[in-house]
Design a protein around this ligand. Structure first.
Ligand code: SAH
Ligand code: SF4
Ligand code: F3S
Length: 467
């Protein structure tokens, strides 16, 4: 048993990275059994779930979409805000209930919640029906713990790790678009954020391994690769090989994947070299997610974001100038401790300046263990809600405007699948990651097609095929 520990998690003393070949063929000791997997949170977790699926398959299990049919339940959890936490615990209530009727049911928790010291202490005390807890840094231990099947609650969480798992097996959800981890963890310690605690130190994968994985995706006819990291700009810094994110981006682009993108980039340390590479290669999508968080220098400083509003604007202007047709989306938090109406207005000013293609907006949520949890949260709930509402109105206006600009234009769309609402339609994404519903047959799925935009709404576009 190894419990999560925030003191370990905070430790960023330099260590030597150890690469671990995680490939292992497991015996199918769960042959005929069924598993149910629920994924919360960001793309990182979505991709980790593809790893979990591969493990379950190797153990002989088949996936089911009804909780009640499962012999093993895995909740791949998120800890980013209190409502993510509440959702998981709400669902755990159902799992606990099911276990009463099915005592052999195995319940496992993976994901960021596994790394929360206080949450795991609570689970040990009040939720003994949970059998297995595995941290994000050692997800490769999940099959081992399932094979061991201890009678006691089995917790294995490495809050900080010097290990970079390589040669991971994935059962990818899509045959068209693939996620590729380029690094793990985060060292930025934005004061509100739990991620550096739940995902540990920044560790880069070997460039050869990343390129090998991407080449394999190209060979398998994948159309799109998304490079993943909490802050991809930091790629390679820990390796000291003089090979940075821009080099990697160029290396992957040269493999000839039709579409390449990345998430997420911190505005701090977004280099000119990165902008040049994005502009230079046609297959690097002109789409950048550039989290702002706040437009007020005072709040940015309290958030430890390492840039000022002015520096953000300069970067934004550079991107718009040098990358033709670039779409920029963002994340914004309202109601950070000490945020005044004036600070909030500065955030609105920035939104009015950047006219984002889209934005994810959040009410600040206090996370135990983070630096901002020690700051006095003096903004009332009512005020936070009002700010979120006012912000969303402006944000939605601009995303509609940016969609309207595409009306009557012909754009390239990567078709992903059948529309869930309309049998005669398919859906896909533009190079700028805008969702388009298209009047077209299923044969277009997996292909890049030209589409004329016939209607624009706030969050999607409609279109028809053209030659
Ligand atoms: N690594 C990514 C962010 C991951 S979390 C990045 O830096 O861009 C995604 C978003 O959740 C963050 O950008 C932030 O806007 C929001 N977020 C993180 N912690 C939060 C908290 N404690 N309360 C509210 N929103 C938060
Ligand atoms: Fe969290 Fe900041 Fe790291 Fe993003 S960069 S994961 S917001 S600490
Ligand atoms: Fe992602 Fe949630 Fe963890 S947003 S990194 S799964 S806390």
């Amino acid at each position: 048993m190894k419990l999560p520990n925030y003191k370990d998690a905070k430790n960023r003393e330099k260590v030597d990275i150890n690469y671990l070949d995680t490939f292992h063929k497991y015996e199918a000791i769960y042959q005929g059994k069924k598993y149910f997997l629920r994924t919360y949170g960001c793309q990182m977790n979505v991709h980790d779930s593809e790893q979990i699926k591969a493990y379950m398959q190797m153990l002989g299990m088949e996936m089911v979409d009804k909780l009640e049919d499962a012999d093993v339940v895995i909740l791949n959890t998120c800890a980013i805000r209190e409502n993510a936490h509440d959702k998981v615990f709400g669902y755990l209530g159902r799992c606990k209930h099911l276990k009463k009727a099915k005592p052999d049911l195995i319940i496992a928790i993976t994901g960021c919640m596994a790394g929360q010291e206080d949450v795991i202490a609570d689970i040990q005390k009040n939720h003994q029906y949970i059998d297995i807890i595995v941290g994000t840094n050692n997800l490769y231990d999940l099959p081992k713990l399932l094979i061991e099947k201890k009678s006691k609650q089995n917790i294995e969480v490495y809050s900080n790790s010097d290990i970079v798992p390589e040669n991971i097996t994935y059962e990818r959800d899509s045959k068209i678009s693939a996620w590729v981890n380029i690094m793990y963890g985060c060292d930025k310690f934005c004061t509100y954020c739990i991620v550096p605690f739940t995902r540990g130190r920044e560790r880069s994968r070997k460039k050869e391994e990343i390129l090998k994985e991407c080449q394999c995706l190209v060979d398998n006819n994948y159309q799109e690769i998304t490079l993943l990291g909490q802050n991809v700009n930091a790629y390679g810094k820990d390796l000291n090989l003089g090979y940075d994110f821009a080099d990697l981006l160029e290396g992957v682009a040269k493999l000839g994947i039709p579409r390449l993108r990345f998430v997420t980039s911190h505005p701090w340390n977004f280099t000119d070299k990165m902008i040049d590479i994005i502009a230079k290669y046609d297959n690097i999508m002109p789409y950048i997610h550039l989290p702002l968080q706040s437009g007020s220098d005072r709040i940015l400083k309290k958030m430890n974001r390492r840039y000022t509003a002015e520096e953000y604007k300069t970067l934004y202007d550079k991107m718009k100038k040098l990358i033709p047709g670039v779409a920029i989306t963002t994340d914004i938090i309202v109601g950070f401790p000490g945020e005044t109406e004036e600070d909030f207005q500065l955030t609105l000013d920035m939104v009015n300046y950047c006219k984002y293609d889209g934005a994810f907006t959040f009410i600040y949520s206090e996370r135990k263990g983070t630096a901002s949890a020690l700051m006095k949260d003096d903004v009332s709930q009512k005020e936070k809600e009002s700010r979120l509402h006012r912000l969303n109105e402006v944000v939605n206006e601009y995303s509609k405007e940016s969609n309207m600009r595409l009306l009557d234009q012909v754009v390239e769309v990567l078709v992903i699948g059948k529309s869930t609402k309309d049998d005669d339609k398919v859906y896909g994404y533009t190079q700028t990651m805008k969702l388009v519903n298209i009047d077209a047959s299923e044969d277009t799925i997996g292909k890049l097609v030209n589409v004329k935009i016939t209607d624009a709404k706030s969050f999607s576009l409609d279109g028809i095929l053209v030659n």
